[in-house]
Design a protein around this ligand. Structure first.
Ligand SMILES: Nc1nc2c(ncn2[C@@H]2O[C@H](COP(=O)(O)OP(=O)(O)OP(=O)(O)O)[C@@H](O)[C@H]2O)c(=O)[nH]1
Ligand SMILES: [Mg+2]
Length: 293
């Protein structure tokens, strides 16, 4: 990068990168969407929905915070699992601050404790999510459990209701260093249009399909002609093709309808299903299919 490309730093203006990090399904992407006020990262109740570092940009008069959503970290069983863990580790390693997101409902557990050991407490903020509908005593008990981590701050929040989100954002901004405005004022994300449409299709597939199948699914835009978008859905085996298509095309129809609702009017979406044999277990297949930035 040459000097000319680095934006100017205005005295008093703060900026930096805040990674959302934690076990799968703790609500990291939901929190990022709540903070940005727009959907920038897909969500579902299937573990490891997020597969990339997704950047959501929050611009305020005095600061710009780039939230880096990362895949949930779990015990890897495939090359995909290993890649997701690496992506998450890189995201948190490079960030100025890390929000370690814990699911208060399922409770702080062994998996969380294992991850916590890999974090630098001085730049880690513990975010206890999903407190909506929980009793005060239950939240307090979870706070006691995470309190032993010696992290720099603890915030009980709900990505659903927005409770606790603003105090968290204010705290993060206060702790960021002075820095330039990296993204234009109106930017909310750095994801390309094609990647976003592929993500929306994957989100609907995750929401419609059974628990295990989503991990076998990858999506990518293979053609974008004016308002006609073709998204390829890849599965690992022939037998999965039928499930993704659904009886009489019912699954694809539902997915297509739900995605189109989220696109600007006039777009035509075509979904095609192909097999990429066992891609999830093949490191090269994983690199090829996830490299759609
Ligand atoms: N009740 C409740 N549910 C939530 C909240 N935040 C997220 N969820 C739900 O928890 C599930 C997981 O949410 P995600 O935002 O996809 O979680 P994630 O941590 O990004 O998951 P991965 O990307 O798979 O690691 C979804 O079903 C959400 O609707 C919350 O504050 N309250
Ligand atoms: Mg996520």
């Amino acid at each position: 990068m040459t000097d000319a490309l680095i934006p100017e730093t205005v005295p008093g203006y703060r900026s930096g990168f805040v990674a959302m990090y934690g076990r799968p399904n703790t609500g990291k992407s939901t929190i990022v969407n709540a903070i940005i006020g727009e959907k920038v990262s897909i969500t579902s109740n299937t573990a490891q929905t997020t597969r990339h570092q997704i950047r959501g940009v929050l611009t305020r008069p005095d600061a710009q915070v780039i939230f880096v959503d990362t895949p949930g970290v779990g015990k890897p069983r495939t090359a995909l699992g290993e890649k997701l863990n690496r992506t998450a580790a890189k995201g948190q390693g490079e960030a100025d601050l890390v929000c370690f997101v814990v699911d208060a409902r399922s409770g702080y557990g062994k998996g969380d404790a294992f991850l916590a050991k890999t974090l630098d407490p001085a730049r880690t903020i513990v975010v206890l999510n999903k407190i909506d509908g929980m009793k005060r005593e239950a939240v307090a008990k979870q706070l006691m459990l995470v309190g032993g981590l010696n992290c720099s701050a603890y915030f009980p929040v709900s990505g659903f209701t927005g409770a606790g989100i603003e105090p968290l954002v204010t705290h993060l901004i206060d702790r960021l260093p002075e820095g330039p405005q990296w993204f234009p004022e109106n930017a909310v994300s750095d994801i390309s249009d094609a990647h976003w449409v592929a993500e929306l299709v994957r989100e609907q597939l995750f929401r419609v399909l059974r628990e295990e199948l989503p991990h076998s699914v990858a999506t990518r835009v293979i053609q974008w002609n004016d308002q006609h978008i073709t998204v390829e859905i890849l599965v690992e085996r022939d037998s999965q093709k039928g499930i993704v298509i659904g009886h009489g095309g019912s699954v694809l129809k539902k997915v297509g309808t739900n995605v189109r609702k989220q696109l600007a009017p006039g777009f035509h979406l075509e979904l095609v299903v192909n097999v990429e044999s066992n891609w999830q277990r093949d490191p090269e297949g994983v690199e090829r299919l996830l490299n759609i930035e």
